[in-house]
Write a protein that binds this ligand. Sequence first.
Ligand code: SF4
Length: 440
Amino acid sequence: MRQLGLEIFQVKPGSIAGELGLEPGDRIVRINGKPVRDLIDFRFLEADESLDIVITKGNGACWDLDVEKDYDESLGIDFGPCNFGNTIRCANKCIFCFVDQMPPNMRETLYLKDDDYRLSFWNGNFITLTNLTDDQLRRIARQRLSPLYISVHTTNPALRERMLGNKKAGLILKQLKYLAGAGIEIHTQVVLCPGINDEKELERTLADLVSLWPAVSSMALVPVGLTRFRKGCHPLRVFHGDEAARLVQWVALKQDDFLDRLDTPFVFASDEFYLLSGEQIPPAERYAGFPQVENGVGLTRLFLDEWEEVTAVLPEEAPMRKVTLATGVLGEKVLKPVVARLNDVKGLDVSIKVIDNRFFGEQITVAGLITGQDLLAQLDPDKIGDLLVLPAVMLKKGDEVFLDGLTLPELARHLKKPIAVADGPRQLVEILIPSLLLNY
Ligand code: SF4
């Protein structure tokens, strides 16, 4: 049976919760008569100055506590990583779903089809709103769960129903209007599938979304990704370079217009479109504070700007080192000028090794989807030199594991080479020239 309330993971020493005698394992059941279903409820209810808190102690005893505190003062409770209970799953069958194109035997979490409004608010996960009940919509409004990140794909109701394989998908504009009216800030994305939701459909989607500005505050365009594991999936194709070029030119014109009228570029093409098209990455001002950098929109601009700063402190000479940087097909386009400049430093011998994505299929060209086994198969230890450097996006965040489960130490053991991981130009240069401390 599901226990009521939220289990305490840790109590901060010296906190209000500590003084009250709360301990790990106790459960917060109600605050001011309202049930505490998850972390969002807790944070929302905790903000009040007067709290009537019902607790179930680890030994089963029930405590009723009155607390007076400053508004917004924390009780000092940490609920650990599992504070939302069961993740809400998606109810869609999207024609472009990446999860459906996964090969078997990958990490379990890679098959999770979450579509949870709470994780959208808390972690910035994109959601479709197709599984939301009216109660949940009202909760978002009442508790001001803002900003939210919403996958729109198209505002054409019939097309959205088809693309998401869900009869409720056509309600998107009505839902967005409700959320906008409730003061929720919304970042949107469109996964673009050539011939399906681009061109005229995209014009319509953009017009609908920008009409809800400023509540809808950004719209990102991301190209569909297709792996070789598509048996039984809807027929789709990827964007060609010339189509990507037309798209980014169209985005630039739209941005000019919105900057004039609304003082925001509003619509953004993801980095993949620029790299595929060969067009220049826009300057930082065009990213308006980078609201969708986690979605691959503007990361390359941030990289290039950081590189610009780093080049100013590069020495003329460094200790001799032969180094290989491994990346994906698109990453090479960004790294080429970087490597050329690094090789101007006397003593450095840096080269790029482009890793084709044989695992997912060669239409997948981003570094973040390269697996350990592709690195293992395509890197020749005799050509790596003294050190192999990998971009941090190849590994699970905060971990040393590739998508296919191979670990960094395992790869190093197989290759018999030291491996370093860089999350940007600054770290890359610190790895290549350890004596150079980049303090700026
Ligand atoms: S919302 Fe669509 S793309 Fe996302 S997991 Fe569900 S089916 Fe896949």
